[in-house]
Write a protein that binds this ligand. Structure first.
Ligand SMILES: Nc1ncnc2c1ncn2[C@@H]1O[C@H](COP(=O)(O)OP(=O)(O)OP(=O)(O)O)[C@@H](O)[C@H]1O
Ligand SMILES: [Mg+2]
Length: 191
C-alpha cells in the first residue's frame, strides 16, 4: 500500500499524519493475524469517524480474501452483520436492558467500530458494559472514537477502559490541535 494513501484525509498536520500511519499499522497487524486496536480521540470534526469508516471499507475485502477457500461457510453471512455501532445506540439498548447487543459486539463481530464513546449520559451499568466490551474484544480488531481524551475516559467511563486502549500494541491518537475540518473549510471559503 502506497505511503501516500491517506484514506481520503488531507493529512496536513502531525496528528493527522500519525493517525494515518497508525491506520496502516492497524491494517497490517490484522493482515498478519495479530490484530490491534486503534483509538481516535479528541476534537470534534477532526476526521475520526471518517478514518474509522475508511478502515471499515478496507477491512471487509481483506477478511473475505483471507478466509476464502478454507472456511467460507458462514463467514460471508457474518460480514453482512452490522459492525459499526454508535455508543449512544449501545447505551440506549443497555438502558432498555437489551444486553444482547453487548455479547453481539463482543462475540459476533469480526471488526468493530465503536463510535463516539462517552457521547451522552453514561449510567453505572453502561460504564460497566463499556468495560466488559473492552475486556472481551481484546485481540479482535476494534476502532474506538471519542471526543473524550484518555483522562476523561478514565474519569467518566472507567479507568480500565482507558488503560485497555493502550495495551497489546494498540494505537491511540488524541486530536488536540486539529480543528474541525468543516469549520476550516468554511473559514477558507469566506476569507
Ligand atoms: N483532514 C481531513 N481531510 C478531508 N476531510 C476531512 C478531514 N477531516 C475531516 N474531514 C471531513 O469532515 C467531516 C467531519 O469528519 P468526521 O465526522 O470524521 O469528524 P469526527 O472527528 O468524527 O467528529 P465528531 O467528534 O464530531 O464525531 C467528514 O465529512 C470528513 O470526511
Ligand atoms: Mg465522529
Amino acid at each position: 500500500m502506497a505511503s501516500s494513501d491517506t484514506f481520503g484525509l488531507e493529512a496536513y498536520n502531525e496528528e493527522l499524519k500519525r493517525a494515518v500511519r497508525f491506520a496502516h499499522e492497524f491494517l497490517d497487524a490484522s493482515a498478519r493475524g495479530e490484530p490491534i486496536w486503534l483509538s481516535l480521540l479528541g476534537n470534534g470534526g477532526a476526521g475520526k469517524t471518517h478514518l474509522a469508516m475508511a478502515l471499515y471499507q478496507r477491512f471487509r475485502p481483506k477478511m473475505v480474501k483471507s478466509r476464502d477457500g478454507n472456511s467460507a461457510s458462514g463467514f460471508r453471512e457474518k460480514l453482512q452483520k452490522k459492525q459499526k455501532f454508535n455508543w449512544a445506540y449501545i447505551t440506549q439498548k443497555i438502558r432498555d436492558r437489551d444486553y444482547g447487543i453487548v455479547s453481539y459486539i463482543c462475540d459476533d463481530v469480526d471488526f468493530a467500530v465503536i463510535d463516539d464513546l462517552g457521547a451522552g449520559y453514561d449510567s453505572e451499568i453502561t460504564k460497566a458494559k463499556a468495560s466488559e466490551i473492552a475486556e472481551r474484544r481484546i485481540g479482535k480488531p476494534t476502532i474506538w472514537t471519542s471526543n473524550l481524551d484518555l483522562e476523561r475516559i478514565a474519569e467518566r467511563i472507567d479507568a480500565r477502559v482507558a488503560s485497555r486502549l493502550l495495551r497489546h500494541g494498540s494505537k491511540v491518537v488524541v486530536f488536540e490541535e486539529t480543528q474541525d475540518w468543516s469549520v476550516l473549510q468554511f473559514r477558507k471559503e469566506s476569507a
